[in-house]
Design a protein around this ligand. Structure first.
Ligand code: GLY
Length: 299
């Protein structure tokens, strides 16, 4: 347990948080750093479920969702945007420039235009090619769960980047960004941009972010539940365990389902857990920069 701390979902995020950790450890603030981590993943075309390179819906249209959060009274989110490559930055503008906490669809894109963010094509040629290949195969619309063997390369789908930072001043912030489930029903939004589902940060209680099947996470307000349990005295490990167990009680689990969470207390005691094997998280703190196996694998 130490701060500054930067933790993130999946092994692909290790080089991202390694690049940002020195700034966090110096004078950087947690919100700038977790936004920069999401931007980095959103810019990496090889990560095919976050930002540019993300896979489209079943009609071949790509939409992005993202959220940022510092506290229950400081959060911002966008969902279903189609013309801006960095949804995390639009989410931050919602938090900082409006009285609201979420904007959706084309009106969120219009908001980003008015804030001076360049409108761009968000469907990469690589993602379009994967969609065209999928259309030809007649494969089921729900892809297999992501499998992370710790090399930064994932098998199956890549899934959400969720990042939590605690800066040298002790301020906590989180970000979460995704292009959502590959081949989704057009209009589908998962957990990532919904406060309390894919991301929750409370300076008094801790922070959590989720990845995997958004519908399962949303069904139990997963990130909120973890933070609430920590606020009532549970360790991050126990809070994640109990949240995954609750989720497993509530859902008839299918083989393609995977959910994972990372969480930290305000003082930097952190843990990770997943419904099934195949999840890794990345951590940078004063003592290590590493890819970690989760403390909990429920099934
Ligand atoms: N966890 C990302 C999603 O379900 O959209």
């Amino acid at each position: 347990m130490s701060t500054p701390l930067l933790i993130s979902t999946w092994s692909f995020s290790l080089p991202i948080i390694e690049a940002e950790f020195p700034r966090l450890a110096d004078t950087g603030n947690a919100l700038d750093v977790v936004e920069a981590c999401a931007i980095s993943a959103e810019s990496n075309e090889s990560i095919d479920s976050v930002g540019y390179g993300g896979l489209p819906d079943r009609n071949g249209r790509c939409t992005f969702d993202a959220a940022v959060m510092k506290s229950p009274s400081e959060s911002g989110a966008v969902c279903g945007i189609e013309r801006h490559r960095h949804p995390v930055s639009v989410a931050r503008l919602v938090m900082e420039q409006t009285e609201h906490s979420m904007l959706v669809g084309s009106l969120a894109d219009d908001f980003a235009d008015k804030q001076g963010i360049t409108s761009e094509n968000i469907l990469a040629e690589s993602a379009k090619a994967k969609w065209e290949a999928w259309k030809k195969t007649n494969m089921p619309p729900v892809p297999p769960p992501p499998l992370d063997i710790g090399t930064g390369e994932l098998f199956g789908s890549h899934d959400t980047i969720g990042t939590i930072g605690i800066d040298a001043g002790g301020t906590m912030a989180g970000s979460c960004s995704t292009s959502g489930m590959a081949w989704k029903v057009p209009g589908r939004v998962g957990d990532s941009p919904i406060i309390g589902h894919g991301l929750y940060v409370d300076p008094q209680r801790g922070a959590a972010t989720g990845t995997g099947h958004g519908e399962l996470i949303s069904g139990i307000c997963g990130s909120f539940l973890i933070v609430e349990l920590m606020g009532r005295g549970a360790s991050p490990e126990d809070a994640i365990h109990d949240t995954l167990a609750r989720l497993a009680q509530c859902w008839p689990l299918k083989k393609e389902h995977q959910v994972a969470f990372i969480a930290t207390t305000p003082k930097g005691k952190y843990a990770a857990g997943a419904l099934r094997p195949g999840f890794k998280s990345a951590v940078c703190d004063g003592s290590q920069q590493a890819i970690l196996d989760p403390e909990i694998v429920l099934h």
